[in-house]
Ligand binder design. Sequence first.
Ligand code: NAP
Length: 330
Amino acid sequence: MADTFTALVAEQADGRTVVKRTPLEEAALPPGDVTIDVAYSSLNYKDGLALTGRGKVIRKWPMVPGIDLAGRVRASTSGRFKPGDAVLVTGNGLGVSTWGGYSQRARVKESAVLPIPPGLDARTSMAIGTAGFTAALCVMALQDHGTLKTDREFVVTGAAGGVGSIAVALLAALGRKVVASTGRTAEADYLRKLGAADIIGRDVLAQKGPPLASERWGGGVDTVGGQTLVTLCSQTAYRGAVAACGLAGGSDFPGTVFPFILRNVALLGCDSDMTPNDERKRAWKLLVDHVGKLHLDEVTQEVPMSQLVEFAPRIVDGQVRGRVVVNVNG
Ligand SMILES: NC(=O)c1ccc[n+]([C@@H]2O[C@H](COP(=O)([O-])OP(=O)(O)OC[C@H]3O[C@@H](n4cnc5c(N)ncnc54)[C@H](OP(=O)(O)O)[C@@H]3O)[C@@H](O)[C@H]2O)c1
């Protein structure tokens, strides 16, 4: 690769976020142990907020956005990695407080870098990306809590989105009966193809109900927050659990403690940014073990980095189905 490379650079101008494709030189890269020739990144909800400026995601300006990346090591001062190694990075402040994935080149600290697991490549690892990795963390949280042993149904909210699609497919691959909650009934066939046994309207779960409703769910994965998360907790059966990772519908929690103190329901918080590396490896193994059933071809579309800024509002507006991989050389 030539000495100059292209990145998206986000700046603040009159309180607005402006993102431009910018040619850069090696000297612009931040300090770090591992320099990576990036092949793919992905578009997550958080990236949509960062690129459009609709959420206060970026903590330092100017910033190269993009919360994940995959590619090959170009240079390394770390004993763990050598030039040519296939690697990925998710979270660890990427695209928020440190140089992110929307760049043909990146430099990161070695603790943030994982080898791309056998069975995946740069593109498929970013087809999964932060969203799929987070879905795996949620499923692992349910597993570790012992929740997946029940024969009851499991509900996934925001099911046609990135986290939701992979969560539906993964829970189905693990033999659970999955009910996919979506605001897009037109995506019912897509969700059934991923393994959903049934579909429930987004509006049904967004309605305020009693603090303790009839026990329906063994548990769930929630990407929506707000009243939807409250409803899930109120409908979860005794000793069930809900893994919560998102706020696509709201960041509040307008509920009561009754599901927790009377039904032993657990609310399991899931963060993908600061996850320790042993858990990261477990999550990627879970994904790789079931990769054939994640239907990545069906789930994924590709957008060249040159068109990403124009494309980004769609994910914040809830118009993107499944996952978007970003070809940083396109
Ligand atoms: N905690 C973490 O580390 C972590 C990591 C990754 C993602 N997240 C969060 O998880 C959520 C999903 O991320 P993503 O990348 O999968 O985003 P995404 O692809 O945009 O999916 C979000 C989905 O939520 C549903 N939705 C959108 N607007 C909604 C609204 N106003 N009310 C109810 N549902 C709505 C839509 O699904 P339907 O059309 O099917 O209803 C949409 O596809 C985001 O809030 C994101 O910030 C958190």
